[in-house]
Design a protein around this ligand. Structure first.
Ligand code: BG6
Length: 477
C-alpha cells in the first residue's frame, strides 16, 4: 500500500506569474502581460475592455513577476532542497516566437529554457512543461483576434514542434494548454479574446475552444513522431459541482455545470464531441467549424494523462432565484454551509478532491496528475523574518490525505502532485502578490516593490518531510 515509489511530488508555476524580464531576451508581448493590477483587471480578463498595449496609470504585475528570469538557479536549488521530483513550469510563447508568426524561433528564448531544464535535470528533477499557460502573443491578437481564428492552430503547432525538437530527451511530460476550460470564464486572459460590440460571445468562445482542441491534438501527433517517449496531458480546472439540495432539479443543474468543463476533456481524452455537447451547441445556434480532418485528428491523437487543478468544489442549483446568490471570482458558486473559505472566499474542501479524482477516473480510466492545489493566503513574516504558515500546512495535509485515500482505497491511478505556486507568485485572478501560495516567501508587495529575497516558510521543511516519506508521515497526523 501507499503511493508508488515513482510518485512525482513537486510544485508548479507559470511563466507570466514568475519570470518578469518581460522585455529581455527579445521577448515579445502577450495578453498576460497586459492584465493590469486593480479594478479594471476583471474587465480586461473577460475581454470586455481592450488592453493591447501598456497604458500610463496602470501597474502591470507580469512585467516583474518575482524576477525568476534572473533567479531561477536559486529557486530550483530550493525546490531541490525540498526533494522535488518534478517541477511544473510554463514556457512563455513570446520568448520563443516573439510575435507568434515568425518562421524562425528566437534562440535566446530557447537557450533560456534549456538552461532552466538543465538546472532541473542537474538535481534529478523532471521538468513538466506547460506549452501554453494562458499566453497568446499580442501580435496574433491584433492580427487575427487570437484564438478566434483557425490560423492560430498552425502557429501554436509550430511553436510546440519547436519545443519538442529542442528539448527532445530532456522533457518527457508536457501539457498542451493550462486549464483549457478557463477560456469560457476569462476569455482574454486564457485565449486572447477581445469582444467587439454585438459579437456573439458564445459563438466566439466555442470557436476558439474548438481551435485549441484541434491544436492540442495536432501537437500530440507531432510530439509522438518526434519522440514516442513523450507523455502529453490535457489540463482542466476541475472540482465537482454538488447539487444545492437533493431536489432532482438541483442534481440535474450540477450535472449540467460539470459538463461545461467535461466538454473539453471528453474531446481530449475520448477523441470526439459527446452527444450532449453537440446538442447544447446546436440549441444555442453555435456553429462549430469542425472539418472532416479535424474529426479524424481529434480521434487519432488523444492524451496520455489528464492533469487538473483543484482548489475547491462548487454548489449548483436548478432554481434561478437561488442562483442569484452565487459568488466567487472566475467560477461563481453558491455557498456550501459545510465548508470554510479562504481569505479570498475560495471554499476549502479536501474531501472534494477525493470526490473529483473519483469522478474523473470513473469517467475516463486514464491516469490523472494533480498539477495545481494550494491555499492563497496572507503571510506576514514576524520580527525574526519567520513565516509560520500553519494554515497552509493544514490545508495541504488535508488535501494530500484525501488524495492518498483516492489512490489507496479507491484505486485511482495518479502520476503525481504539484502544489500551485511552490514559491510565492503573482495571482492570476487578482494580480496581487499578497495572495501567496508558496513554501518560499518572496519579499515583494502588490506594487512590485521589495528586495525579492527568498525566505523559507515553515511549510518548506514540512513539505520536505512529506516528500521524503512519500506522504506516509501524514498518516499519523
Ligand atoms: C489557476 C491557474 O487558475 O489557479 C493559475 O492555472 C492561478 O495560473 C491559480 O494562479 C490560482 O489562482 P489565483 O487567482 O489565486 O492566482
Amino acid at each position: 500500500m501507499g503511493l508508488s515509489k515513482n510518485f512525482l511530488w513537486g510544485g508548479a508555476t507559470a511563466a507570466n506569474q514568475v519570470e518578469g524580464g518581460y522585455n529581455e531576451g527579445n521577448r515579445g508581448l502577450a495578453n498576460v502581460d497586459l492584465l493590469p493590477f486593480g479594478s479594471d483587471r476583471d474587465a480586461v480578463m473577460s475581454g470586455e475592455q481592450k488592453s493591447l498595449s501598456f497604458e500610463d496609470g496602470y501597474y502591470y504585475p507580469a512585467q516583474k513577476g518575482i524576477d525568476m528570469y534572473h533567479r531561477f538557479k536559486e529557486d530550483i536549488a530550493l525546490f531541490a532542497e525540498m526533494g522535488f521530483k518534478v517541477y511544473r513550469f510554463s514556457i512563455a510563447w513570446t520568448r520563443i516566437f516573439p510575435k507568434g508568426d515568425e518562421a524562425v524561433p528566437n534562440e535566446e528564448g530557447l537557450a533560456f529554457y534549456e538552461a532552466m531544464i538543465d538546472e532541473c535535470l542537474k538535481y534529478g528533477i523532471q521538468p513538466l512543461v506547460t506549452i501554453c499557460h494562458f499566453d497568446c502573443p499580442i501580435h496574433l491578437v491584433e492580427k487575427f483576434g487570437g484564438w478566434k481564428n483557425r490560423k492560430m492552430i498552425d502557429y501554436y503547432v509550430r511553436y510546440a514542434e519547436t519545443l519538442f525538437t529542442r528539448f527532445k530527451g530532456k522533457v518527457r511530460y508536457w501539457i498542451t494548454f493550462n486549464e483549457i476550460n478557463m477560456l469560457l470564464h476569462a476569455p482574454f486572459m486564457a485565449a486572447g479574446l477581445v469582444f467587439e460590440p454585438r459579437e456573439d460571445r458564445e459563438q466566439v468562445k466555442y470557436t476558439a475552444a474548438h481551435y485549441e482542441l484541434v491544436a492540442s491534438a495536432k501537437a500530440i501527433a507531432i510530439a509522438k513522431q518526434i519522440d514516442p517517449e513523450n507523455k502529453i496531458g490535457c489540463m482542466l480546472a476541475a472540482g465537482d459541482n454538488y447539487p444545492n439540495t437533493p431536489n432532482p432539479t438541483d442534481v440535474l443543474a450540477a450535472k449540467m455545470v460539470d459538463r461545461e468543463s467535461f466538454f473539453f476533456t471528453d474531446v481530449q481524452v475520448r477523441g470526439y464531441y459527446p452527444a450532449y455537447a453537440l446538442k447544447t451547441l446546436s440549441q444555442q445556434n453555435i456553429q462549430l467549424d469542425l472539418t472532416e480532418e479535424d474529426t479524424k485528428c481529434l480521434a487519432a491523437h488523444t492524451v496520455d494523462y489528464l492533469a487538473f487543478s483543484y482548489y475547491s468544489s462548487s454548489v449548483a442549483s436548478g432554481d434561478p432565484k437561488v442562483n442569484e446568490l452565487r459568488e466567487g471570482n472566475l467560477f461563481p458558486t453558491l455557498k456550501n454551509p459545510y465548508l470554510e473559505a479562504s481569505e479570498w472566499g475560495w471554499q476549502i474542501d479536501p474531501v472534494g478532491l477525493r470526490v473529483t479524482m473519483n469522478t474523473l477516473y470513473d469517467r475516463y480510466q486514464c491516469p490523472l496528475f494533480i498539477v495545481e492545489n494550494g491555499l492563497g493566503a496572507i503571510d506576514e513574516p514576524n520580527e525574526q523574518g519567520i513565516v509560520t504558515d500553519t494554515y497552509r500546512i493544514d490545508y495541504l495535509s488535508q488535501h494530500i490525505k484525501e488524495m492518498m485515500k483516492a489512490v489507496e482505497l479507491d484505486g485511482v491511478e495518479l502520476l503525481g502532485y504539484t502544489t500551485w505556486g511552490c514559491i510565492d507568485l503573482i495571482s492570476a485572478s487578482t494580480g496581487e502578490m499578497k495572495k501567496r501560495y508558496g513554501f518560499i516567501y518572496v519579499d515583494a508587495n502588490n506594487q512590485g516593490q521589495g528586495s525579492f529575497d527568498r525566505i523559507k516558510k515553515q511549510s518548506f521543511e514540512w513539505y520536505r518531510q512529506v516528500i521524503t516519506t512519500n506522504g506516509e508521515c501524514l498518516k499519523n497526523s
